[in-house]
Design a protein around this ligand. Structure first.
Ligand SMILES: Nc1nc2c(c(=O)[nH]1)N[C@H]1C(S)=C(S)[C@@H](COP(=O)(O)OP(=O)(O)OC[C@H]3O[C@@H](n4cnc5c(=O)[nH]c(N)nc54)[C@H](O)[C@@H]3O)O[C@H]1N2
Ligand SMILES: Nc1nc2c(c(=O)[nH]1)N[C@H]1C(S)=C(S)[C@@H](COP(=O)(O)OP(=O)(O)OC[C@H]3O[C@@H](n4cnc5c(=O)[nH]c(N)nc54)[C@H](O)[C@@H]3O)O[C@H]1N2
Ligand code: SF4
Ligand SMILES: [Mo]
Length: 740
């Protein structure tokens, strides 16, 4: 669809073609048409000409004008004038805000070292690729999300890198501008949807509608989900896995495929390393035993293995639930093994290696410039000495080690924070009480957001107002295309884009990291590998490099141009030499969740329900709670309970219930539904109530309903990645009158 116009007049509107790319949240990069009048956004429509979403749009993008023009939106820089948490703010100028931030961070740096300032991040937004660079300019290597085990995307990415050399996605034709009509593409005969609900979440640059399109063209479906999702209800096989046992499930699938010789012998022979060792390891995990562990009937598990292995091509798409278990890295290791030994790697309609489009790297988790930091600075990256896998891959710090360090101040105290694009307390933080105490020790905290959140209310000294995507120009380097986000409206108040903020502040600290004068210079720099400028990309529109298959045969996957995969042996490493070298298990294994029916049977008697937290909803994480159209659909935090379980406990639909475990107790509203297993419940996450009082102790009422209070920090896998976020134990009982 290159060279389509990006702006035109229509029925009294100016229409700007653009790419959705936060704020507000959602990192998908769908094509949108922004209808404006007199510099104001009137409505948003999906762009039918954009191959990515082909005109489809979620309620969040439809409600964009409400988010942009909401009366609560931050419009000017503000500073705290009362005590922290009192909610007393005063408008200040950008100059005063920048001067204060510069002065305070420099004071902290002189006293404790710049590494004692941490940058907190949320999920991938149009800021993460630059946020690290601001921190590096300040002199700190510590960029981090507060989710235990970095349990979103990072475990998958790290494990795929170790085994296949790069990230891996299901091929639903998304690399081609003509999509399903492209003659080189094949419809997957079978798709496995694993621990993800893409029709709701469209996660990690992968839209649920693509699955539906493939199903229309004949794809069979295996859904591995602890809940009966919309897709699970339409699947040929639904595996209702016990939460936190995906590793056992994966080993069980491998056992059937290897024992029944359903694998591609030629591919295994030529392009994999360590098949025999993997086979030995898998043989120790027979499907019968794995079926028992996962609570799935053995025949069903074996049938899924056969359907997956015998269909050609077959594709697997994995979601965050797999990251959210301690040994998630090794579950993903198995999944890479499944895709490769069945001959589904790098084939049309199978799984393909995801490389940056035209070499344009827009890092999803920071890191741009990390290696330009002096060694003496990098060595202060929190947790890298303990978890070498973190240090060799993503430059992110370890949240679990950071939290400990905040409390012990060993080897150095944490005294400053930069909060950009995360609502840490109610959402990103696992065990938020401990983070709360840690943050109360800060000398100075600055934050950038669209709204005043519980996190900002509790901690921030200065708050900067961020622009939404129709208010700015940017570049979206999705895995499959390059496209531009085009400014379409006048900025609300004095809001600035994150890039402008990072550039203006970064320059004050270290020009080496921010040598550019204007935002567009940075975008041009980002696009350099593509040989394009921002203006040229804007003119061209969404630009697709396409994909060649079997790139390992053609020397297209390795920087040295040799054939093979980008791993030390040049093969898919079923025995990971990389992990071995780091002192970790080179072969996959499964470990039970720290707390569960098997690990802690005594505790299970007291807390007989398995607790899933945080399935995705109409909102984006903790955002949108103030947007009426969206809130009406999901007005309160709900916990899904099976009707039989509820009956036993005397709980009715709509009752408020306590959810309690070894750590803490919270309350949510019961939603009776057979989509959950009778022994499991699924509680909402990320809630706060913008309509409730902001000042302490209320903090917009987030504490009482926050399911992350029931999850431990620090119980991570051996690599530092992965934690039991969706698989702990609890009990529920009715909230009594007078307890609300
Ligand atoms: N219990 C439990 N907890 C979870 C999860 C779970 O499944 N269960 N999921 C976890 C996962 S996977 C993730 S990724 C995290 C997400 O956690 P976060 O990314 O921290 O998500 P939000 O809480 O929505 O915080 C985002 C904040 O950034 C602001 N914002 C949005 N767009 C922009 C922008 O462009 N610029 C700036 N400066 N600000 C912006 C929003 O207003 C909001 O306040 O939550 C995690 N927490
Ligand atoms: N609308 C919306 N979309 C989003 C987001 C949002 O907040 N709102 N957040 C974005 C972000 S940062 C992320 S990480 C993604 C996450 O999006 P997804 O990867 O889709 O993750 P979830 O919705 O958390 O969970 C997916 C499914 O996993 C199931 N599940 C729970 N535990 C287990 C388990 O142990 N094993 C298996 N196999 N399944 C389990 C749940 O029942 C659920 O249906 O979504 C992104 N997209
Ligand atoms: S997935 Fe939905 S909310 Fe996200 S950019 Fe696309 S339309 Fe917008
Ligand atoms: Mo995430």
């Amino acid at each position: 669809m290159e060279n389509v116009p990006w702006r035109w007049e229509e029925d009294g509107y100016t229409v700007t073609r653009s790419t959705a790319w936060s704020g507000p949240g959602c990192h998908e990069g769908c094509g949108v048409l922004l209808y404006t009048k007199d510099g104001k956004l009137m409505k948003v429509e999906g762009d039918h000409e954009h191959p990515f979403n082909q005109g489809r749009l979620c309620p969040r993008c439809l409600a964009l004008p409400d988010t942009i023009y909401h009366p609560d939106r931050l419009k000017y820089p503000i500073k705290r004038v009362g005590e922290r948490g009192e909610g007393k703010w005063e408008r200040i100028s950008w100059d005063e805000a920048y001067d204060t931030i510069e002065k305070r961070y420099k004071e902290i740096s002189e006293k404790y070292g710049p590494w004692s300032i941490v940058g907190l991040r949320g999920t991938g937004r149009d800021l993460m690729w630059q946020q690290g660079r601001l921190l590096y300019a300040i002199g700190t290597p510590n960029e981090v999300g507060t989710l235990s085990g970095n349990s979103c995307w990072a475990p998958r990415a790290a494990s795929y890198h170790a085994t296949t050399g790069a990230f891996m996605v299901a091929d639903c034709s998304q690399y081609f501008a003509d999509r399903y009509d492209n003659p080189n593409w094949k419809v997957p005969e079978c798709i496995v949807i694993w621990g993800t609900n893409p029709v709701i979440s469209n996660p990690d640059w992968f839209l649920g509608s693509w699955i539906v399109e493939c199903m229309k063209r004949g794809s069979k479906l295996i859904v591995i989900d602890s809940r009966l999702t919309w897709l699970a209800a339409r699947a040929d096989i639904w595996l209702q896995v016990r939460p936190g046992t995906n590793g056992a499930l994966a080993l069980g699938l491998l056992d059937v495929i290897i024992r029944e010789e359903l694998y591609d012998k030629e591919f295994v022979e030529k392009w994999t390393f360590g098949f025999d060792k993997l086979s030995e390891r898998v043989a120790e995990h027979p499907v019968k035993k794995m079926a028992e562990i996962t609570w799935i009937p053995e025949e069903k598990l074996a049938a899924a293995a056969r359907m997956y292995a015998k269909s050609k091509p077959s594709a697997i798409q994995v979601g965050v639930s797999v990251d959210m278990e301690k040994t998630g890295v090794y579950t993903v290791h198995c999944i890479a093994a499944l895709a490769s030994i069945t001959g589904n790697m790098e084939v049309p309609g199978g799984n393909v290696i995801a490389l940056p489009p035209y070499g344009v790297k827009q890092p999803g988790v920071g890191g741009w410039g990390y290696h330009d930091l002096p060694e003496g600075t990098r060595k202060h990256t929190i947790g890298h000495n303990i978890y070498p896998f973190l240090a060799t891959g993503l430059p992110t710090a370890s949240p679990d080690v950071l939290l400990e360090q905040m409390h012990t101040e060993d080897p150095y105290p944490i005294r400053g924070a930069w909060i950009q694009g995360t609502n840490t307390l109610p959402c990103m933080a696992t065990d938020p009480k401990q983070w709360y105490e840690g943050f109360k020790k800060m000398d100075f905290v600055a934050a950038v957001d669209l709204y005043i959140t519980p996190t900002i209310m509790a901690f921030a000294d200065i708050v900067l107002p961020a622009a939404t995507y129709p208010e700015k120009n940017s570049v979206r380097a999705c895995l499959y295309n390059l496209s531009s986000t085009n400014k379409a409206i006048d900025n609300v108040g004095e809001c600035k884009s994150d890039l402008q903020i990072n550039l203006e502040l970064g320059k004050r600290f270290n020009r080496k990291f921010w040598p550019w004068d204007a935002e567009e210079d940075v975008l041009d720099e980002l696009l350099k590998p593509a040989g394009m400028t921002f203006k040229e990309l804007q003119q061209r529109g969404p630009t697709y490099p396409g994909i060649e298959y079997k790139r390992y045969e053609k020397g297209m996957l390795r920087p040295d141009g040799q054939s093979g995969f980008n791993t030390p042996t040049g093969k898919v490493e079923l025995f990971s030499t990389f992990l071995h070298h780091l002192g970790h298990s080179p072969l996959p294994y499964f470990e039970e969740p720290t707390r569960g029916p098997v690990t802690t049977p005594e505790l299970y008697k007291e807390y007989p329900l398995i607790l899933i937290t945080g399935v995705r909803t109409i909102f984006f994480h903790s955002e949108h709670r103030q947007i009426r159209h969206l809130r009406e659909i999901h007005p309160e935090p709900v916990v899904e309970i099976h009707p039989d379980t509820a009956k036993e406990l005397g709980v009715n639909d709509g009752d408020w219930v306590w959810i309690e475990n070894h750590k803490d107790r919270i309350r949510q509203k019961a939603k009776l539904t057979p989509i959950v297993h009778p022994k499991m419940i699924s509680a909402d996450y990320g809630w706060w109530f913008p309509e409730k009082p902001g000042p302490e102790p209320s903090l917009f009422g987030f504490w009482d309903v926050n399911s992350s209070r029931l999850i431990d920090m620090g119980l991570v896998g051996e690599t530092g990645f992965g934690a039991d976020i969706k698989c702990t134990l609890c009990k529920i009982y009715k909230v009594k009158e007078g307890e609300m």
